[in-house]
Write a protein that binds this ligand. Structure first.
Ligand code: VAH
Length: 310
């Protein structure tokens, strides 16, 4: 049985749908600090769960005889800058609880998401390699770098089978994302359809690593299905989808909405974005478990506008 913690989030929502399709609804327990939308709540078992409460998590694990946990609950980069200590508490203690349950053999496998946010201002920005300088300058990035160190430690020291990918900015239409810096790349499609224009909180030339959600979900499930001995990286795998800046995405949208217009009003999130790489090298993921993205920017735009119009 699988438990998804943070099942109402941008990634959690879509992981729940895919895993329920694959393994059957009754075998995938969704949980979050708050209830989700109607479709999620009606599609299988749900538990209200505070990921920072060890005994609450343990109760759910024992009650449903959980084998695997996908820990998707976290406070993202922009919000974490506003509430550093709440972000550290949520992002780290939820991870310790899940790693300790695995150490005590109460569960057998863990997925935990890292992020390109682990890289910092002095990390090489182009084709950022799997192993390189990492001095993250955001609360969120610090929590992800520390989380990676703990995942690798629990694997080496206690044999915990924890797997992780460094997600780029993710673009999806099923949920409204919350609190991220890359959320501009989701908001822009909503605004394009609603107002025909978008005021972007990042500068036109801010190139960032991005990925369409379907690719991210496929990568996650593929990594979890690889035999443990083939998973060499136990911190977190670099994962590349595409790289673009706000001007590129505006041009892509104009192919569908010719008079779409974009303006730029950078805010505090510009500094966060400037500390991150502009493109990622994911050679280890490609070599070790056959990773290959499928969506480019124009395909993403077609999917986003097509689905949001409905
Ligand atoms: C954020 N979407 O913006 C997340 C992600 C790389 C970006 O970590 O914080």
């Amino acid at each position: 049985t699988i438990l998804i913690i943070g099942a109402c989030g941008q990634i959690g929502t879509e992981l729940t749908i895919e895993l329920r399709k694959k393994y059957g609804s009754e075998n995938v327990i969704a949980s979050d600090i708050r209830e989700g939308g109607e479709s999620l709540m009606q599609s299988g078992p749900f538990e209200l769960l505070d990921a920072t409460d060890y005994s609450a998590v343990e109760d759910v694990v024992m009650h449903y005889e959980i084998d695997e946990i996908y820990l998707m609950a976290a406070m993202l980069s922009a919000t974490a800058e506003k509430f550093p200590m709440r972000a550290w508490n949520l992002n780290m203690n939820s991870l310790f609880h899940v790693l300790n349950l695995a150490k005590e053999k109460k569960i057998s496998k863990v997925f935990w998401p890292s992020s390109i946010a682990v890289f910092g201002p002095n990390t090489p920005k182009e084709d950022t390699p799997q192993n390189t300088i990492m001095e993250p300058s955001t609360v969120y990035g610090i929590s992800k770098q520390s989380g990676e160190r703990w995942c690798e430690y629990y694997h080496k020291k206690y044999g915990v089978d924890v797997r992780s990918v460094r997600y780029p900015g993710l673009i999806s239409w099923k949920t409204m994302p919350g609190g991220g810096t890359t959320d501009y790349a989701v908001d822009i499609y909503h605004e394009a359809l609603k107002n025909g224009s978008y005021e972007c909180f990042l500068k036109a030339d801010t190139q960032l690593p991005m990925m369409y959600m379907d690719d991210a979900i496929r990568a996650t499930i593929s990594l979890m299905e690889v035999p443990s001995e083939k998973v060499k990286v136990r911190s977190s795998y670099n994962l590349n989808g595409m790289s673009f800046n706000p001007e590129d995405i505006a041009e892509s949208i104009k192919k569908h909405i010719p008079d779409f217009s974009i303006s730029y009003e950078p805010d505090f999130r510009q500094e966060i974005a400037d500390s991150w790489p502009s493109s990622i090298d994911d050679t280890p993921a490609r070599n070790e478990w056959g990773w290959q993205p499928e969506y480019d920017l124009d395909q993403t735009t077609a999917e986003m506008l097509g689905n949001l119009k409905k």
